[in-house]
Write a protein that binds this ligand. Structure first.
Ligand SMILES: *[C@@H]1O[C@H](CO)[C@@H](O)[C@H](O)[C@H]1NC(C)=O
Ligand SMILES: *[C@@H]1O[C@H](CO)[C@@H](O)[C@H](O)[C@H]1NC(C)=O
Ligand SMILES: *[C@@H]1O[C@H](CO)[C@@H](O)[C@H](O)[C@H]1NC(C)=O
Ligand SMILES: *[C@@H]1O[C@H](CO)[C@@H](O)[C@H](O)[C@H]1NC(C)=O
Ligand SMILES: *[C@@H]1O[C@H](CO)[C@@H](O)[C@H](O)[C@H]1NC(C)=O
Length: 522
């Protein structure tokens, strides 16, 4: 049986204290409890830390990166990371999966030698897979669904008992979709395959600077405009990707030769052009893409570049949500550069320039070729959610490997059921020459196993028909996923009398009414 564990510890980065004069007592025994401090702490104030961290001072201004690892007989499993703050306790939350029952060792490591790590209040809670998925179901019931009460009435307003009712979801309320590229414009089969499933999209390359300004001042928005028209026609929301990309490898090729002042001019032209063009038409912008991993613009235009860019985009397009977008945050990763705590630091730094910025967390979520660490993913999302920003999964895919579709399903379920997640976009744009890492269909738009996962989940997440009946008072109570529905009702006696109502099931409103009441008249 697989056991999933979640661990939660508190870590202190402090410094080692020395006594000033000598005491002859000593021991080499292994002590179950620490002795009282010699000289009652001597001149150390609060030596047992009974009074919080009073009198303890920080060694340096810098945070201390600490990672938690679990050693099994087979391997070291990465389980969590935190940048422990000096002079206070920090919470490290993480997790790992164990496929055997054995004694494991728990390690905390830091590459910094000048500080001492204190650990207190450790907990390690195992969950079975069954328990794990029951947590998912509980959140789904709370965060994605709503109790709806229908009452069926006849022309005179009398309740209709035993009326048969079909409730069909036309559109998922939870934003779920995939990236697309220009191939969708010329391929009807793709066009319909996509529009019948998804409610949100991102353009793979068509809104990137290197596509839109292939030579200085020479603009091309032909494909992006056409794709946006396609999306609008089908009621599909578009996430803008991206205004600027902080990785030096993905600049228009003429950009690398620019001096800082020329670069500044080029960036201004870029931002004004694209943000103005799509103002009010996108549900989000990835503003400075991957600015946790890279700093092409900061290195040339100053450390406050990102903050300035978010403000500038906000000034042009004030209603659009502005995302940071980066990878290796909820995917198990040891590089630490974009760990949940670093991510929060970065977004808060941008926020501190202007508290009105409508900022959001974008998690690319390109999962590596190994089984996904779901406890780590959930713990990371918990940490990110604590900062209070909306969170989207923006580029979800899973590297090619045996059971790729199975892992893909696990990750989608974990994301959809996490209370912090507001939407999911997969990085599965189709092209006849293959997809980035993962396609959902073959070239005839027949589902691959990954596409079957998507269809199965769409159905589970509400895209289906429920056939039911009113009770003897004409009532019908059911729990429905947020979304747009068509409700068909037929008269219990005059069977060929049927009526169709369009309804919308919305998340709980401010009035906190748990139930939504709807009258259906025949
Ligand atoms: C550990 O738990 C105890 C008891 O709940 C509490 O008094 C103590 O402050 C905790 N330690 C830290 C570092 O939070
Ligand atoms: C409604 O259904 C119940 C149970 O199936 C039945 O006892 C009752 O007679 C029905 N009422 C009408 C008006 O058909
Ligand atoms: C320790 O690791 C962090 C990344 O987690 C890195 O930024 C830092 O430079 C490393 N420090 C040392 C002293 O190696
Ligand atoms: C509900 O759907 C079933 C199966 O498609 C159909 O036979 C029935 O007539 C429908 N009922 C109503 C009220 O539309
Ligand atoms: C219902 O169907 C019957 C026979 O199929 C027909 O005679 C009758 O006119 C229909 N009633 C209505 C209201 O359409």
């Amino acid at each position: 049986m697989n056991i999933v564990l979640l661990l939660c510890v508190i870590i202190l980065a402090g410094f080692e204290a020395e006594a000033l004069y000598y005491d002859y007592s000593a021991t080499i025994e292994c002590l179950a409890h620490p002795q009282k401090p010699l000289y009652n702490g001597g001149i150390i104030e609060n030596p047992e830390l009974n009074d919080g961290l009073k009198a303890w001072i920080q060694v340096s201004e810098a945070d201390v990166p600490v990672i938690a690892m679990v050693k099994t007989t087979k391997e070291y499993k990465f389980s969590g990371a935190i940048d422990a703050k000096p002079n206070c306790w920090s919470m490290l939350k993480g997790g790992f999966t164990a496929d055997t029952t054995e004694v494991v060792e728990l390690y905390f490591q830091s590459n910094t030698t000048s500080v001492e790590i204190w650990i207190d209040n450790i907990s390690l809670q195992p969950f079975t897979e069954k328990e794990w998925s029951s947590h998912q179901e509980q959140t789904i019931e709370k965060a994605r669904k709503r109790k709806v009460v229908f009452q069926a009435l006849d022309e005179q307003g009398n309740p209709l008992q035993n009326a048969s009712v079909n409730v069909t979801m036309n559109k998922l309320g939870f934003p779920f979709g995939s990236s697309i590229n220009k191939n969708i414009l010329s391929n009807n089969a793709y066009h319909y395959w996509f529009a019948s499933r998804f409610t949100v999209t991102t353009f793979e390359d068509e809104m990137k600077w290197y596509t839109n300004e292939y030579a200085p001042g020479k603009e091309n928005y032909f494909e992006a405009d056409a794709m946006l028209r396609y999306a609008k026609k089908h009621g599909i929301f578009v996430r803008g990707h991206n205004v600027i990309w902080d990785d030096s490898r993905y600049q228009p090729n003429w950009v690398s030769a620019l001096s800082p002042s020329q670069l500044n001019v080029a960036v201004q032209r870029r931002v004004n052009s694209i943000v103005q063009r799509y103002k009010g038409q996108l549900i989000g912008w990835d503003v400075v893409n991957e600015n946790l991993h890279f700093s092409f613009f900061e290195s040339k235009l100053g450390q406050d570049f990102s903050a300035r860019m978010y403000n500038q985009v906000h000034n042009i397009d004030p209603r659009t949500t502005l995302f940071l977008n980066d990878y290796n945050t909820i995917e198990e990763s040891r590089d630490g550069v974009s760990s949940p705590s670093r991510y929060i630091q970065k977004i808060r730094q941008i926020q501190s320039s202007n508290r009105q910025l409508p900022l959001a967390i974008g998690l690319e979520s390109h999962f590596p070729s190994s089984p996904p660490n779901l406890p780590y993913m959930r713990a990371s999302l918990d940490i990110l959610r604590s900062a209070g920003f909306p969170i989207w999964i923006t580029e979800l895919d899973v590297a090619s490997q045996p059971n790729q579709a199975g892992y893909f399903e696990q990750v989608l379920r974990e994301a959809h059921s996490h209370p912090g997640i507001r939407g999911i976009v997969m990085w599965t744009a189709w092209s006849p020459h293959g997809c980035y890492r993962m396609c959902l269909t073959d070239n005839n738009f027949k589902n691959l196993p990954t596409g079957d996962v998507v269809d199965k989940l769409l159905k589970e997440w509400g895209k289906t028909t429920i056939s039911t009946m009113t009770d003897k008072y004409g009532f019908l109570e059911t729990s429905l996923f947020h979304g747009e529905y068509e409700v068909e009702i037929s008269h219990p006696v005059k069977k060929n009398l049927t009526f169709t109502h369009k309804i919308q099931v919305l998340p709980k409103d401010e009035s906190k009414k748990t139930r939504q009441f709807i009258k259906l008249s025949v």
